[in-house]
Design a binder for this molecule. Structure first.
Ligand code: UGA
Length: 469
């Protein structure tokens, strides 16, 4: 059992704190937002994340506590994880001011209190060399160089599957130099790397993985780079398949067959090759800009990433063009929209392509009836559609009711299970424009709907005929 604190109770911080408690450690999750800390103490679960409510319930008040006092939490901890926000600045570079503020405060605590050796670990996604910056700031604020080490331990969790991503990782990356620091971090993850966790009766998830997690020890700079390069590579895979999907449409090939053929090569792999309206979320868009900035300052012009972003932006325009060809003019059209979140399984609408597309449709004079299984509350409270012609529906069928067409913008599993005949009966015109390829074209057209999707043969002639009615 290691005494630790996790600074930041956002997505990464809260999931990491709950999972570290699950691994048997004594954890304090710290945030300077005392309202949020109070809510967490009362039992609120601020994010929509599978298994998180169970973990918080299991450990709250026992191995997992919440605090708004950084000083006392740091003092009582051997390891301090930093998981505060790293938003982009105007120029696309990462704004490290929150990290710096934490480093300053931790340094000052360590200067005045001889509470022993500590390891400071950055978990937030940060540019290479941030570890060095943290070390410098801590020393400038009075921490003695011998009393601490700084390490990088990037997180690869995805929203929606964050808890199982944490507990069943492909790899754990530890970027650290000193043997004492490395040993401490190895010990933290030992229940996963030894596989002991998976033998526990109450373990979360579906039993032991084929192989326990691989631990990769690197320098801190390499670890920082691994995180940025991994996200950039995944985004590149998505833009690549979206470009191939566009070519499929041009030559009359089927993207499903093509990606199956590509993905079967184990050197490429089939995951993250789903075409759609483009990637979104709080990580990929921001991390790619940040990685470009890192490359730039290292003297390398990483233009490939510029192209990844361009293709991603292009997806929205391609989707709008499909809609126009299916509906002819957009002005005055009433559209049902399924999906607001940036992907299925989450209530997060940050950088959501669904939201961006709805905004384009509103500008064109459409009215929108939207449904999302989890993200409607955030869409309402964030005010993204304030004073706009957007209503929220109670379910997918209500969104389709009397609509000129139904659009799918988020890949929620439950959308793929919808009753197509019932949707057709609700719609004014039988048009389904699927930006996420949730259905096979044959099954949709068999139910009497005109189906427009991404990178597959469509029924454009019939679709073009509809709006003239
Ligand atoms: C991503 C990474 O997958 C995580 O490994 C990483 O830890 C995280 O960023 C982070 O840096 O914190 P996340 O943003 O939660 O996780 O979401 P993803 O599942 O990666 O999806 C990102 C976007 O790509 C979504 O909009 C999704 O719909 C889209 N996507 C994904 C596709 O369009 N096609 C695909 O094949 C896969």
């Amino acid at each position: 059992m290691i005494k630790m604190c996790v600074v930041g109770s956002g997505y990464v911080g809260l999931v990491a704190a709950a999972c570290f408690a699950e691994l048997g450690h004594d954890v304090t999750c710290v945030d300077n937002d005392s309202g949020r800390i109070g809510a967490l103490e009362r039992g609120d679960v601020p994010i929509h994340e599978r298994f998180l409510p169970e973990l918080l319930q299991r450990h709250r008040g026992k191995r997992l506590r919440f605090s708004s006092s950084l000083a006392s939490s740091v003092q009582a901890s051997e390891v301090v994880f930093i998981a505060v926000g790293t938003p982009p600045s105007e120029s696309g570079e990462t704004d490290l001011s929150y990290i710096e503020a934490v480093a300053r405060e931790v340094g000052a605590v360590m200067a005045t209190n001889a509470s022993g050796y500590k390891v400071i670990v950055e978990k937030s996604t940060v540019p290479a060399t941030t570890c060095e910056g943290i070390r410098r700031v801590m020393e400038l604020n009075g921490a003695s160089a011998a009393s601490f080490e700084v390490a990088s331990n990037p997180e690869f969790l995805r929203e929606g599957t964050a808890v199982t991503d944490f507990l069943y990782p492909d790899r754990i990356v530890i970027g650290a130099e000193g043997p004492r620091c490395i040993a401490l971090l190895q010990k933290i993850y030992e229940p996963l790397t030894s596989g002991a966790y998976y033998g526990l009766k109450e373990a979360i998830g579906e039993g032991a993985p084929a192989a326990p997690a691989r631990l990769i020890v690197t320098s801190a700079k390499s670890a920082e780079l691994i995180k940025h390069a991994s996200n950039a590579f995944l985004a590149m895979k998505i833009s690549f398949i979206n470009a191939v999907a566009a070519i499929c449409e041009g030559v009359g090939a089927d993207i499903d067959q093509v990606r199956q053929g590509i993905g079967a090569d184990s050197r490429i792999g089939s995951r993250f090759l789903n075409p759609g309206v483009g990637y979104g979320g709080s990580c990929f868009p921001k991390d790619i800009q940040a990685f470009r900035a890192v490359a730039q300052s290292a003297g390398y012009d990483f233009r490939l990433l510029e192209e990844v972003v361009r293709i991603n932006d292009e997806q929205r325009r391609r989707f709008m063009a499909k809609l126009r060809s299916a509906l002819w003019s957009l002005r005055g059209k009433r559209l049902g929209v399924l999906g607001l979140a940036f992907k299925g399984g989450t209530d997060d609408i940050r950088e959501s392509q669904a939201v961006a597309i709805i905004q384009l449709l509103l500008k064109e004079g459409c009215s929108i009836a939207a449904y999302d299984p989890a993200a409607m509350e955030k869409s309402r409270s964030s005010g993204v559609f304030e004073n706009q012609d957007v209503s929220f529906s109670s379910d997918a069928y209500a969104a389709a009711r009397s609509a000129d067409a139904l659009l799918i913008l988020t890949d929620w599993e439950e959308f793929a299970a919808l009753d197509l005949a019932r949707l057709r009966a609700e719609l004014k015109y039988p048009i389904l424009v699927d930006g996420r390829n949730l259905f096979r074209p044959e099954s949709v057209t068999a139910s009497g709907l005109i189906y427009v999707s991404m990178g597959r043969s469509e029924v454009p002639q019939k679709a073009a005929a509809i709006p003239g009615k």
